[in-house]
Write a protein that binds this ligand. Structure first.
Ligand code: GLP
Length: 249
């Protein structure tokens, strides 16, 4: 099946569209006294989305006190307070500016000892299920076609687990780490199957450097070589692009 791709003139317009969809769901759930479960992503792509959600919270009364969040991934090893941790980034970029209760926030733990990782990952899956499953999952896409840190070769049925990062991914992250040798070799990520379990998916991609991988993800048959291509097998996935990222479609 074809994943619907929505094209916007700018990244800000695309991000506002996704923010509005989240706003609508959260308000409907709040009115029913029910929680909303969001799957969240890091990277430069979702920054505009978080900015808009903060604005909706501060200026338009969007109450996030019933929201439960699960982040896709975290580097391993990675102390929570480290300048590069996704835990810290999520707090600085989003959580510190809205009213999601502390206890509702879940980010994979980058401080685990090797022998504790499997148990943590199984527990992360259980927590997602116990929360009722993810209502809306936000995704970016890496140059290797990864969603979360599901690098090429990640099986369609993969679950939350420890992974080894692709060389391209580490190179792309290097400028933020003062060099590739400082980028952690591993990460914990939700799996392809964990992501596809979400009821609704929004994958955002902005900029001409994403055009090639967006083409591969949307217009070639689903393959482990491009984990984002499995969105084609999801009944309610939407790809949100700016004109530059849509250039090869
Ligand atoms: C990292 C993150 C991904 C993200 C990707 C793209 O690898 N783990 O979740 O989608 O980078 O990053 P950016 O949005 O900065 O292009």
């Amino acid at each position: 099946t074809r994943v619907p791709a929505l094209r916007f003139p700018t990244a800000a317009d695309g991000s506002k569209y996704v923010a509005r969809e989240i706003d609508k769901l959260v308000r409907a759930r709040n009115a029913a006294g029910k929680p909303t479960v969001l799957g969240l992503a890091t990277g430069s792509t979702p920054v505009g989305l978080y900015r808009e959600l903060i604005r909706l919270h501060k200026e338009e009364g969007l109450d996030l006190s019933r929201v439960v969040t699960f982040n896709l991934d975290e580097y391993l090893p990675m102390p929570k307070e480290d300048a590069h941790s996704y835990f810290r980034w999520m707090h600085e970029t989003f959580f510190n500016h809205v009213n999601i209760p502390w206890g509702n926030i879940h980010v994979p733990d980058g401080t685990l000892a090797a022998e504790d990782v499997d148990r943590f990952c199984a527990d992360y899956e259980k927590r997602i299920r116990a929360a009722g499953g993810i209502d809306i999952q936000i995704l970016g896409i890496g140059r290797t076609g990864h969603i979360g840190f599901n690098e090429p070769g990640s099986p369609r049925n993969s679950r939350t687990r420890m992974v080894t990062l692709d060389g391209i991914t580490r190179r792309d992250a290097a400028p933020g780490f003062f060099g590739e040798e400082n980028v952690p070799a591993q990460a914990i990520t939700m799996g392809v199957a964990s992501i596809l379990d979400a009821r609704r998916l929004f994958l955002m991609a902005y900029g001409e450097h994403k055009a090639g991988v967006v083409f591969k993800a949307l217009e070639q048959p689903p393959t482990e070589a491009v984990s984002a291509s499995f969105l084609q097998e999801h009944p309610d996935a939407t790809v949100v692009l700016d004109d530059a990222a849509a250039a090869e479609l």
